[in-house]
Design a protein around this ligand. Structure first.
Ligand code: SAH
Length: 567
């Protein structure tokens, strides 16, 4: 919950906007400011104070405890110009909150933690549990001193400017080791703990068993990714509660699926009870990996039989492939999610001209693999291979990366051993539509006129179908120096079914510095205006030029009846 505190009328107005935008996330604290701050500090994970930073510093000073547990506090000034991350920048999420509040109130977020202001991710924000000398190693990174990466497994880390050698180190390990001096341990979510339990097994027995198994194998409980068991035990309180206390999800599999997993220690008891000869080992191994702790039973208590079993597997690292659409060009048409994925990736793959478009957003240490026009297949293969090697990869494309772009060749190449995250982008047809007016107000298609990979007969058949069905058409790849007859041919097909006066929008370099557009007609369009930086949108028989804007009516009955009434 985010506690909101204000003192003045202007502060209350801004506070109310936040409360209205985030009704489920916020709670307003009224009354004397001092009491409000004290209550909110005790009850909320985050505070937004519409007060001077000085006032807030004095009010929270006596309440501050530890940066791991204190709420994140953001201050917004009386003029609503700044959202200042005051304390709890990382742990309390105040830096991120300052950004969100800033966006909502059109205020400038002010972040002073060093790692964020220079674009380095804080070591405690990588999404992995961290231990050790976080402050010292972060400072070394900021000072540009060499920090060594010691990775015992390839886990998809965000980019960090790490070296082979250095007086400081970041060590990625799931083993139960202590951090050395000047070393940070990152705990990858690499361990799957398979658990079996008879009915009524106490949670303490399950947890003690898991703890002992990890301890004896020299593994860190902070690297547990999940508990796994059979469907029949999905509600078993001892297992459910163990997962909750460990703070990890519980995943379950059908007995049939588990029965098919090869395990070293099958037995008859679970076969009779739940229909698979192994629960703990099979559930841990079902997604593959290395069995580090074979089946192990809990300790008997007072002569009663053991009630739980567990097994531990180190799962193979899964690389991460984000397929990111950059939008048509303008920076503010790049989505925040795309931006976050670009900063999350340690390897960036893309066409050189698109890489140039976003180079400044990348974090230091990002490995950039750029190539020239035409190398699509190779780019797709490279991106997938890098993800398979366990890296966090972003594969970029302009507009939407799934529209005549890299997503299809990449996903045709990928198997289910990597995670794939798609980030949609504003495709050229939409960017152009917004410039032209409302040409896509009713059914519309996009057709690429490039016959490099598609036979012209296929393209022509589709153009004909769109013409006959009276659908608005946007042509991508409409015309290049070597391909100049396709556009006139396609327009002629449409002209067979639409009046010469049908509006046609031609948009070149939508949202780029040299953007241009013109609204013409099917009869008057000069193909010489069109090149490969252009999209051409042809209206349907109802599309009109209204005050210089291209408008395709939605065609609903209510519009017709409204028009009738107007007559
Ligand atoms: N993935 C891209 C399309 C790639 S195909 C997208 O979703 O937009 C390349 C074609 O897209 C170009 O030949 C041109 O027709 C069109 N295009 C891409 N960006 C454009 C822009 N900013 N303005 C106009 N047309 C654009």
């Amino acid at each position: 919950m985010i506690g909101l505190i204000s003192a003045t009328a202007a502060g209350a107005a801004a506070r109310d906007r936040l409360a209205a935008a985030w009704p489920d996330r916020t709670r307003v604290y009224d009354g004397p400011v001092k009491d409000a701050v004290r209550s909110a500090f005790a009850e909320c994970e985050q505070l937004v104070c519409f007060l001077a930073t000085g006032a807030v510093v004095r009010l929270i000073a006596p309440l501050l405890g530890d940066k791991a547990t204190d709420p994140g506090v953001v201050c917004v000034d009386e003029g609503g110009r700044f959202a200042v991350s005051l304390v709890g920048g990382h742990g309390g999420g105040a830096n991120e909150l300052a950004g969100e509040v800033g966006e909502l109130l059109a205020a400038q977020p002010v972040v002073t933690t060093a790692t964020d202001s220079v674009g380095l991710p804080g070591l405690d924000t990588l999404g992995f549990p961290v231990e050790g000398s976080v402050a010292a190693v972060s400072r070394a990174l900021l000072d540009g001193e060499p920090v060594a990466l010691r990775a015992e497994s390839a886990w998809p880390l965000p980019p960090l400017p790490l070296a082979r050698e250095g007086a400081h180190a970041v060590r990625l390990t799931d083993r139960a080791v202590e951090a050395a001096e000047n070393e940070v341990l990152l705990r990858p979510p690499s361990l799957v703990v398979g658990v079996g339990a008879s009915q009524g097994a106490p949670v303490d027995e399950v947890l003690a068993l898991i703890g002992a198994a990890l301890r004896d194998a020299g593994l860190s409980p902070r690297s547990i990714a999940e508990l796994a068991t059979v469907d029949a035990k999905a509600e078993e309180p001892g297992i459910v509660e163990a997962a909750a206390r460990l703070g990890v999800p519980l995943v379950t599999y059908s007995a049939g699926e588990l029965a098919g997993v090869q395990v070293p220690n099958p037995s008859d008891a679970p076969l009779a009870a739940v229909g698979t000869p192994s629960v703990a080992e099979a559930a841990a191994l079902v997604r593959g990996g290395e069995l580090l702790v074979p089946k192990r039973k809990s300790e008997r208590e007072n002569g009663r039989p053991a009630m739980a079993t567990c097994a531990v597997v180190r799962r193979p690292a899964r690389g991460r492939l984000a397929v990111v659409g950059l939008g048509p060009g303008a920076r503010d048409l790049l989505t925040p999610r795309a931006r976050a994925e670009l900063r999350r990736a340690s390897v960036l793959v893309g066409l050189d001209q698109y890489v140039d478009q976003i180079r400044d957003l990348l974090r230091p240490g990002t490995r950039i693999l750029e190539s020239g026009l035409g190398a699509e297949e190779e780019r797709a293969r490279t991106a997938v291979a890098e993800a398979r090697a366990g890296h966090a990869v972003a594969l970029i494309g302009s507009g939407d990366a799934g529209v005549y772009a890299m997503a299809s060749p990449a996903l045709a190449e990928a198997s289910d051993d990597i995670d794939v995250i798609g980030v949609p982008g504003v495709t050229a047809a939409l960017a152009a539509g917004a410039i032209l007016g409302a040409p896509l107000g009713h059914d519309h298609v996009s057709i690429s006129l490039s016959d490099l990979h598609t036979p012209w007969e296929v393209i022509e058949r589709r153009v004909r179908a769109a013409a006959e069905a009276d659908i608005v058409v946007t042509f991508y790849n409409p015309r290049s120096r070597g391909r100049d007859w396709q556009l006139p041919k396609a327009l002629a097909i449409l002209a067979g079914h639409r009046e010469p006066a049908t509006p046609v929008g031609v948009v070149r370099n939508a949202s780029r510095p040299d953007e241009s557009s013109r609204l013409t007609t099917l009869g008057a369009l000069d193909p010489a205006w069109v090149d490969m930086m252009t999209v051409v949108t042809v209206g349907n028989t109802a599309t009109r030029n209204i005050a210089g804007r291209m408008v395709t009516p939605r065609g609903y009955r209510w519009q017709e009846s409204a028009q009738e009434e107007g007559k």
